[in-house]
Write a protein that binds this ligand. Structure first.
Ligand SMILES: NC(=O)c1ccc[n+]([C@@H]2O[C@H](COP(=O)([O-])OP(=O)(O)OC[C@H]3O[C@@H](n4cnc5c(N)ncnc54)[C@H](OP(=O)(O)O)[C@@H]3O)[C@@H](O)[C@H]2O)c1
Length: 294
């Protein structure tokens, strides 16, 4: 199952922000193709993604389910800090509901763990939120593996990266397979790095989110590109983004797509999933190239 990501809505995460017109079209295309989940967060565009979403959902307001998150705060100096104290999570949710123009969201996640709020406190707050009816389900995003099995019974949803470059996160999904927890996976194309072979490392502005990603730093960037080049020689006819998407789909219940144009969305939704056994075999091959190439 696919969900539509909104990191680029009203946000110059990388490249120009998407217009409301493009966002409305992306939502319409996704809806027509059976997508029923949209993933957002107050931190995307510092509220703009949710505002744009609230403004553009239109007729799809009641048929699209919304995941939002809380606990990431921008300080006065512009730093982003994690703060999962009850007041913060509760007020983040209120802000999201206001911007989205809704009485409730379908899922509310604590966005990142922090090291000054205990898991028990976070779980109690999430439970309070669920009891209030302002979120139908609740869960955690980017949570560490340690102790996860004790937590699974208390949450409905887990979110992690899901891509060929994050096999550790994929283990986390496997850990939750026997529970009722729904898993959503993000960054299937590794912030665009797995869209195809990239010959020259892009130059990023200071605010470009990819400038903080280890995947785009050297020597990892060149290692990944050599691994991809090697893989493509061995497997002519396989598109790297098709494999990346097929693999990411197998790792979670709901795969979140990040796109900046209607064309990109059409393309991702049109890929037939690769045969499962072939997909796992190719994924192992590229992961081995990635770890061996230097
Ligand atoms: N919980 C969390 O901490 C967390 C973190 C990150 C993301 N998320 C969620 O997951 C969603 C998806 O993550 P993501 O944006 O990182 O996804 P991604 O799939 O890793 O990267 C998206 C980028 O891939 C490129 N792309 C997409 N379709 C393409 C196509 N058909 N052809 C060529 N390039 C294509 C585009 O790059 P260009 O822009 O360069 O064209 C696009 O911006 C986000 O929007 C957000 O909702 C959650």
């Amino acid at each position: 199952m696919f969900g539509l990501g909104t990191r680029l809505f009203g946000n110059r995460a990388w490249g120009p922000t998407l217009s409301k017109h493009t966002i409305a079209n992306l939502i319409a295309i996704a809806h027509e193709r059976g997508v029923r989940w949209i993933d957002t967060a107050p931190i995307y565009g510092f509220g703009n993604a949710e505002l744009f979403l609230g403004d553009t959902l239109g007729d799809h307001k009641h048929s699209m389910k919304i995941i939002t998150k809380g606990g990431l705060v921008r300080t006065r100096t512009g730093r982003i800090v994690v703060h999962n104290q009850p007041d913060q999570l509760l007020s983040d949710l209120e802000g999201s509901l206001r911007r989205l123009n809704r009485a409730y969201v379908d899922c509310f996640l604590a966005h990142w763990p922090d090291n000054h709020t205990s898991d028990d406190t976070v779980l109690e707050t999430l439970n309070r939120i669920k009891q209030s009816g302002k979120a139908k389900t609740v869960g955690l995003s980017n949570w560490p593996t340690q102790g996860l099995e004790k937590i699974l019974d208390h949450i409905d949803h887990l979110q992690y990266p899901s891509n060929l470059l994050s096999p550790d996160a994929n283990t986390l999904f496997t850990a939750s397979q026997n529970s009722k927890t729904v898993t959503s996976g993000y960054s299937p194309l590794a912030m665009g790095l797995l869209k195809n072979q990239i010959v020259t490392r892009p130059k990023f502005g200071k605010r470009d989110e990819r400038s903080h990603s280890p995947w785009f730093k050297e020597p990892q960037f060149s290692t990944i590109q050599k691994g991809i080049a090697h893989f493509l020689v061995e497997n002519p006819g396989i598109k790297i983004q098709h494999l990346a998407l097929s693999y990411a789909r197998t790792q979670c219940d709901l795969l979140l797509l990040g796109v900046r144009s209607e064309e990109q969305l059409h393309q991702l939704l049109a890929y037939p999933p690769l045969d499962d056994a072939l997909c796992q075999q190719l994924a192992k091959q590229i992961q081995s190239f990635l770890s061996n190439t230097c």
